[in-house]
Design a protein around this ligand. Structure first.
Ligand SMILES: Cc1cc2nc3c(=O)[nH]c(=O)nc-3n(C[C@H](O)[C@H](O)[C@H](O)COP(=O)(O)OP(=O)(O)OC[C@H]3O[C@@H](n4cnc5c(N)ncnc54)[C@H](O)[C@@H]3O)c2cc1C
Length: 459
């Protein structure tokens, strides 16, 4: 019996396991946690979300909304489990993380051919061994791949083909310790008063005092400082402030569309808190990734109105991420050129984000299953959102190869036309992607599910 061996029980590995099990294959999923932890994970759970609990926008014409709709059509376990474990988050799909991980484990465990193995994998079989056994492997070990496995991968991705950057985590707070006589509940531009986010308003003096305090606060020292590359969509607030004292007001502290009921006006700046669980006992600080030392985080964040007595469930932090220069080392089906029965999936392949990593897990899972079964697998075309993301990974974009979020810029552009707004052109891009996907699936366009709700970005 052909076995699919998957390294890493994160988002990509769990999704890939599901796709292979659904194809009738035997799956061994190797996860090193809790035996050996990473610098960011906190549990031994499958599909643990290491930072934000949001899988981003559900708007049908947004890139994350399109990607999720396509994944749902491709029978994604991650999207299914996220919907079951969802918590209110305006127009984003956010989840209660423990319930989400439990849902993923339960779904996989229903298959008798599924086995979770708690161990670190430190090496990979040779192409000859794999040819003989007929097995296939999927490497989905994520941005925090253990050193030993990274060494093994290095052999398949020679010098200069392995890169890294830095990613950061935002703090999680105890909701009971937030002063709700100051914090007000509202989703952006929604005046109904029953919005999903808690907002902490700052006036001009409070905003600049806060910015100064962040500048002066002690930060965590990072190794290899000379070559620190951050992921643009997840910059620590300190790095944003280095770009200008106003940057936060146009980023995570943007006040537009948030009316403070005490003044009837938009504040000068605002911090948003997003629910982390259904009991509403935990909230995360939206977009507040930080590398300040923990006591400094407590001191500086307590300056924000409404957080004077705040208690932290988890402090923010910064971690190193590793990914391969995939266009140089992978074939178009996500298998290694140097070893065609080994596939690469998830963030390590050069995407960035929970949904994106899951999407690449889904495709690698399907491609690996096809290879194990001796069947052909056709990747979704690059005019679809998931196909465009995969195409970026295996073909590369212009310039340096950098981890990529899903975005409409990956899709073919719609030419500028007189009297056609940017918004309308984006909607057309999304419509064309939906049509192409429907053709790929051979399904009725109407069947491609759409999400009812709103926009949210990485934060
Ligand atoms: C600090 C940080 C913060 C982030 N914040 C966000 C965010 O807010 N929003 C967002 O969308 N994305 C965020 N990301 C990106 C996010 O981690 C990834 O997009 C996603 O989790 C990657 O999924 P994955 O399955 O590729 O990797 P992971 O989910 O990390 O899964 C990989 C798994 O492999 C295991 N593993 C590693 N090496 C071995 C080995 N040798 N043997 C066995 N098991 C192994 C690990 O323990 C892990 O469970 C963040 C990443 C980091 C590092």
């Amino acid at each position: 019996m052909t076995t699919v061996h998957i390294i890493g029980g994160g988002l990509a590995g769990s999704e890939a396991a599901w796709q292979c099990l659904r194809a009738g294959l035997e799956v061994k999923l190797y996860e090193m946690r809790p035996v050996k932890m990473t610098a960011a994970h906190q549990t031994g759970d499958l599909a643990e979300l290491v930072c934000s609990n949001s899988l981003k926008s559900t708007l049908p014409d947004s890139a994350p909304g399109l990607l999720k709709a396509e994944m749902e059509e491709l029978d994604s376990l991650i999207i299914r489990a996220a919907k079951v474990a969802s918590v209110p988050a305006g127009m984003a799909l956010a989840v209660e993380r423990t319930a989400f991980s439990k849902g993923v484990l339960e779904a996989l465990s229903e298959f008798p051919k599924f086995e979770r193995v708690d161990m670190e994998i430190t090496g990979l079989p040779s192409p000859e061994e794999l040819e003989k056994s007929g097995d296939v492997w999927i490497v989905a070990s994520g941005p925090l791949t253990s050193d030993a496995l990274a060494e093994a991968l290095q052999k398949m991705a020679p010098e200069g083909r392995r890169l890294h950057f830095y990613d950061a985590i935002a703090p999680v707070l105890e909701m009971d310790s937030v002063d709700t006589s100051i914090a007000f509940k509202q989703s952006r531009y929604d005046e109904s008063g029953d919005g999903d986010y808690w907002n902490l308003p700052l006036n001009k003096e409070e905003y600049y005092a806060f910015v100064d305090a962040v500048i002066e606060a002690e930060k965590m020292p990072l190794h290899e400082f000379e070559d620190v590359k951050y992921f643009e969509a997840c910059l620590p607030i300190e790095v944003m402030i280095e770009r200008g004292r106003e940057t936060l007001r146009f980023g995570p502290m943007k006040p537009v569309g948030l009316t403070d009921p005490r003044t009837g006006r938009w504040p000068y700046a605002a911090v948003q808190l997003r629910l982390e669980n259904k009991q509403e006992s935990m909230v995360s600080m939206v977009g507040f990734q930080t590398k300040m030392k923990w006591p400094e985080q407590k001191r500086v964040f307590q300056m924000i109105p409404g957080l004077k007595d705040v208690e932290f469930f988890r402090f923010g932090s910064v971690h190193r991420n590793t990914y391969l220069k995939s266009p140089d080392v992978l074939s178009s089906d996500l298998s290694f050129k140097a070893s065609p029965r080994i596939f690469l999936a998830g963030q390590i392949s050069g995407v960035e984000g929970y949904t994106e990593s899951s999407a690449l897990g889904l495709l690698a899972g399907r491609a690996a299953a096809a290879k194990a079964l001796g069947q052909e697998f056709i990747m979704p075309p690059k005019e679809t959102m998931i196909g465009a993301l995969k195409d970026y990974v295996t073909e590369g974009g212009l310039g340096d190869f950098q981890p990529m979020n899903t975005n409409l810029g990956l899709l073919p552009t719609v030419p500028k036309r007189r009297n056609v707004s940017k918004m309308e052109r984006k909607a057309e891009q999304a419509r064309l992607a939906r049509e192409t996907f429907a053709q790929y699936q051979g399904i009725n366009l109407k069947k491609i599910s759409t999400y009812e709700t709103q926009a949210d970005d990485r934060v």
